[in-house]
Ligand binder design. Structure first.
Ligand code: HEC
Length: 435
């Protein structure tokens, strides 16, 4: 028996070795989240290449392909033992990369749960399940899952409190931004919710983060504000009226870094005292997406259309991993080449990509059938068709619910029930997993 187990472990270890690619690679991805490990490596999700990957400080990348196809890795968390955990939004699983590189996936015993934001706290993992299921789940180290339904709306973001509880922003979308209702809540380990702040109508809180100084930050697009609540529970609201905080991160000085992918396309920093600095992005076409503040003071971010990692250090941009459309080509790199370019030098590449993208839009298009006009009319306001044409879902309801929240947060008219049915029906028919 024991021998058998050893043999299985050996096979598992060999498999782990062959499935791990180590390369200095300029590869496409589409990253939703970053996390920095104790050695200073940056882990990131690769939605389009279906992997979680690690970038070392010299720019070399090791990819860990996810066994389940089209899993849609979304969020990352490191536990105290050096395991990297990731949520598989579409596959409904959690995955783990152990320090030795072995990947294990855990199917959630919760029907229809699509794990979304993930974090690790003490010996537990917490994750949210998105706008359809509207719950927060806690997984303890015995592998026990406890699901806690949100008292209002759905959990738009989570952050760990130092007493083992969780801070949660709740969003009840409305037809308009003025009708959206927001809440700031705490959820303790036993599953008890406490509404700390009923923010009322015209609020859509998101991006909650707790800093080392105990301050709680959040963004609220509907209020046009970034807010800071200090350890004494005094809240200051800093106006940020024009843009949308897509994603945010705190640095060790307690600054709130964020990326804005509306027409602004910028990286910004709000200081604890409310000083706002912004840096417009060169090229201005990528749609900055996920952001992280590293321990060395650098800030990195991904973009929706340029599959790369950008590093912003002391006011200078650098771009890692050059963008290429993975359907057309993967740019192979010479052994040992570090795929890292000065930002200014790749603007031409970005522009070429932009031209390709416009071309793809002209020629690809959506399938001509009833519903096409509605989809083109309502879905291309924020991102282009490639994002949709590339995606394949067995059921689009979930994505459309997510988009409904994005639409509300950007102050656009929500899809009516009928429009929703038409869009879902059209996409389920022509853009499902079998075609
Ligand atoms: C108001 C802006 C906005 C509109 C309008 C919008 N989206 Fe999105 N979409 C986003 C943002 C932001 C993301 C990235 C965040 C995410 O993945 O949740 C995204 C991501 C996506 C993705 C990739 C994630 C996934 O689930 O595969 C797909 C596909 C998508 N949108 C489809 C659509 C469709 C279909 C419509 C039309 C009903 C639509 N979008 C309308 C903002 C928008």
């Amino acid at each position: 028996m024991r021998r058998m187990r050893h043999r299985l472990m050996l096979i598992a270890a060999l498999l782990a070795i062959v499935t791990t690619q180590s390369a200095f690679a300029c590869r496409p991805f589409g990253s939703y989240d970053f996390v920095e490990d104790a050695q200073g490596n940056v882990w990131f999700t690769e939605q389009d290449s279906n992997a979680v990957s690690r970038m070392a400080s010299d720019g070399s990348v090791t990819a860990y392909p996810i066994p389940t196809p089209n899993a849609e890795p979304y969020s990352l968390a490191l536990d105290g033992k050096g395991n990297l955990w990731f949520s598989e939004r579409r596959a409904g699983k959690l995955g783990r990369v152990a320090p030795d590189g072995t990947i294990t996936e855990y199917a959630l015993p919760i029907e229809g749960a699509q794990p979304f934001a993930l974090l690790s706290q003490g010996s537990a993992l917490w994750f949210t399940t998105g706008p359809l299921r509207r719950t927060v789940v806690r997984m303890d180290m015995e592998g026990k899952f406890t699901e806690m339904p949100a008292p209002h709306g759905w959990p738009s973001s989570i952050s760990a409190a130092d007493d083992g509880a969780l801070w949660v922003t709740l969003l009840q979308p409305g037809e308009t931004m003025a009708q959206a209702q927001g809440y700031l809540a705490r959820l303790d380990r036993a599953g008890q919710w406490k509404i700390v702040e009923q923010r009322g109508a015209g609020s859509c809180p998101n991006n909650v983060h707790i800093g080392g100084d105990g301050a709680l930050w959040l963004s609220d697009r509907c209020r046009g504000a970034i807010e800071r609540r200090d350890a004494q529970e005094r809240t200051v609201s800093f106006p940020y009226p024009e843009g949308l905080v897509q994603n945010a991160a705190l640095d060790h000085d307690g600054n709130f870094w964020f990326v804005d992918s509306t027409r602004n396309n910028l990286i910004g920093r709000m200081s604890p005292g409310g000083r706002l600095d912004t840096w417009p992005l060169p090229g201005n076409n990528g749609g900055p997406f996920a952001v992280a503040a590293l321990r060395n003071g650098d800030v990195i971010f991904s973009e929706m259309y340029n599959y790369n990692i950008n590093r912003f250090m002391r006011g200078v941009f650098e771009e890692y991993l050059v963008a290429v459309d993975h359907r057309k080509q993967i740019r192979e790199v010479e052994e040992g080449e570090i795929c890292r370019l000065e930002y200014a030098a790749v603007i031409a590449d970005k522009m070429a990509l932009e031209r390709e993208r416009v071309e793809a839009l002209k020629t690809a298009g959506f399938k001509a059938a009833p519903g096409q006009e509605l989809v083109s009319g309502r879905c291309l306001t924020c991102h282009d068709a490639t994002r949709i044409l590339r995606a394949r879902k067995s059921d689009w309801s979930y994505t459309i619910e997510l988009m409904q929240a994005q639409i509300t947060m950007r102050g656009l008219p929500a899809l009516t029930d009928e429009e929703r049915r038409t869009v879902i029906g059209y996409l389920n028919r022509y853009y499902n997993t079998t075609n």
